[in-house]
Ligand binder design. Sequence first.
Ligand code: NAD
Length: 463
Amino acid sequence: MTIGGKSVSGEDTFAVLNPSTGETAGYAPKGSIKDLDSAVSAANKAFESWSQLSDEELQAACEKVTAKIDENAEELANIITLEQGKPLNGLGSRWELGGASAWAGYTSGLSLPMKTLQDNNEGLVELHRKPLGVIGSITPWNFPVMIAVWHIMPALRTGNTVVIKPSPNTPLSTLRLVEIMNEVLPAGVVNCVTDNEEGENLGAAMSAHPDIRKIVFTGSCATGQKVMLSAAETMKRLTLEMGGNDAAIVLPDVDPKAIAEGLFWGGFINNGQTCAAMKRLYVHEDVYDDVCTELVAFAKNIPMGDGMAEESILGPIQNKMQFDKVSRLVEAGKQKGRVLLGGEPGDGLFFPATIIADLENGDPLVDEEQFGPALPIIKYSDIDDVINAANDTTNGLGGSVWSKDIDTAKEIALQLECGSVWINKHGAIQPNAPFGGVKSSGFGVEFGEEGLQEYTDIQVVFS
Ligand code: NAD
């Protein structure tokens, strides 16, 4: 672990498995509450001077961190592939590092200058943005480095310090990322602790910790709710980025062949293990058969294999729990729907891209977040009915509408209950556009100026 700029071992370690082979990818330290306390106190101490840096100094430091990420991109991509399973190529770990660099670079260039709210003979009113203190970052296993960067960079840019705790499934790339960042940052500015299910739950301890001012959490709805409950006692600020069950609505005027590739990657990016992936595909009856045919024609040629093989474009499911969930939902889907592709588990944690048609709301594969390579297709005939069906979920992360008529698509898009909505694509997030969920998908946003603001308190000065 990295605590106060030093490498620290836990009393014990735990094995991290390579999902492609089942072999050990490496060992991570089993951190304790004592380690967490040291990390928080190192971050608190570092905050004293880090928070006093000028805006220009913070920007320059963040640019140095970005350069370090770029310099070490290939090593980090290899670690991600070994522990997460996603291929090096395609939309895999090298792509994830490209994203991490783009977000780090863009966030470095943002700033939140003082705003004058009033300047007249009745007085001067200024709005200042001040850093919060120690930020606790808790991350999931699907994009371990990119999501760590999403949490850490805006915190640093606004003068905060950080303690990050990655998922026990993918701690190795975050441990290394933080080590690399520490080559150019003062001691204690970014710290990393790791845990696993058998040890002390450091995520729970972080959300209750009296010296952490804010938790930025990305993960499941169930865990996010626990974070929110325990954060109440210490009045922590929260950004909660949680699960999604994104709907895509295909209108009757589309060219099925032209949209097949976009539909496929909308649903199967990172093997479907993506918060804002398309998880339910609603297709108008006029183009239903053609969309099914074209989607399958595209999907069946995507090579799946060991992430370290340069030719692999899809890898395994990351862990057994997720594999079992996908298997259960696919089994349920097969009882009622028509399997167009896949449907049978492969070796180890490999599950082939699976497409099941003729399902509807109420079916488990439609109602539950599958978070894996299995897409249900639902036929509709009436636009109001399909909007209701799309909104009939407690989640509200993303959504999409597919049509040649952009104005009509936008009208429908505005009726979807979700934080981001795309026309003729799905899940295409970018660093200058705030991203976040509504309903049970969480609250608060990441990215852009609005995302940066979440790492600050407002202070208004009246003179
Ligand atoms: P998870 O909720 O199981 O774990 C997330 C993190 O929380 C891990 O680091 C875990 O160790 C930690 N944790 C466990 N118990 C805790 C507790 N009591 N208090 C605090 N932290 C605790 O999620 P996961 O399985 O790693 O990730 C998959 C989920 O994440 C999916 O639902 C997916 O949709 C969601 N996700 C959302 C986004 C988004 O931006 N909205 C992005 C990626 C993933």
